[in-house]
Design a binder for this molecule. Structure first.
Ligand code: ADE
Length: 260
């Protein structure tokens, strides 16, 4: 088994991460030894009576900034001699960051260690970002009250890509998104419920017809809901769907045919 991905979170609210690590796929990834997640309380690295972690910005302006000292001291204490490398990342979650994508999740899933800095208030003193950050990531064009939820989004999306975390059958699903086409609609039993019928082709047993229907649905959905995806890479979806039929799962190297 590959070494576990070591995720460290620097936060003012470490308790928020207990929900994430105690449930579902992330919990399973931890139990299987593919992932460790440790949330460190930045207030442990403050020294005044009020455990102050923020201050007013020099030059004026609204709001408060996270002070640099607790971040530097936490890094000195927890990861002395931290060096930025391709596989040791320090990610600052911020609305000013690069937009988060499945491709970025795949890149981060290859790392050995990821430190996540969760900002609060109006942001973080730039010196801490300059010293440590290898990546600045935004999970979307909206402003949250802090970086904890974005950090959890990142951990969740990376955890499901770690070897052994998902079955291969599920891995195939993300391959289709990686190909920039949206997923086709899916149905399960019963075949008819309150008069609502499953599309007959899915009950036909004709696998070629099913694949063709799914592909057409994927293209149609992508065209109507996310035309930007098609515009970015017009031939991507075609390749991804072919890969899905007879490809190899990029995470576990199992032939996807085995799961048919
Ligand atoms: N912190 C606050 N809002 C954020 C966002 N949209 N993405 C990442 N970090 C954030």
């Amino acid at each position: 088994m590959k070494q576990a991905l070591d995720v460290r979170v620097l936060t003012l609210f470490p308790g928020m991460f207990e929900t994430l690590t105690g449930h579902s796929i992330v919990k399973r990834a931890i139990e299987k030894g593919a992932l460790t997640v440790r949330a460190h309380d930045l207030r442990e690295y403050t020294h005044d009576r009020h455990r102050t972690a923020d201050d007013r910005p020099f030059g004026g302006g609204p709001g408060m900034l996270m002070k640099p000292e607790p971040i530097f001291e936490a890094m000195d204490d927890l990861m002395p001699g931290f060096r930025k490398t391709k596989t040791r990342r320090f990610v600052y979650l911020t609305p000013q960051g690069e937009p988060y994508t499945q491709r970025k999740a795949e890149e981060l899933a290859q790392c050995r260690q990821i430190v996540l800095l969760c900002g609060h208030y109006e942001g973080v003193d730039q010196r801490a970002v300059d010293r440590y950050a290898t990546d600045e990531i935004s999970i979307g064009d909206y402003v949250l009250t802090g970086g904890e939820l974005p950090a959890m989004v990142l951990i969740d999306s990376v955890a499901r890509l770690l070897p052994g975390t998902l079955g291969c059958a599920q891995s195939k699903e993300f391959e289709s998104f990686s190909g920039d086409l949206l997923e086709y609609p899916q149905y399960t039993r019963p075949a008819e419920y309150r008069g609502l019928k499953v599309p007959p082709v899915l009950l036909s047993g004709n696998h070629q017809a099913i694949e063709a229907w799914r592909r057409q649905q994927s293209l149609e959905r992508t065209r109507t809901r996310r035309p930007d995806l098609l515009a970015k890479a017009p031939d991507r979806g075609v390749k991804a769907k072919r890969g899905k039929e007879k490809g190899t799962c990029i995470r576990c190297s199992e032939s996807s045919k085995k799961n048919k």
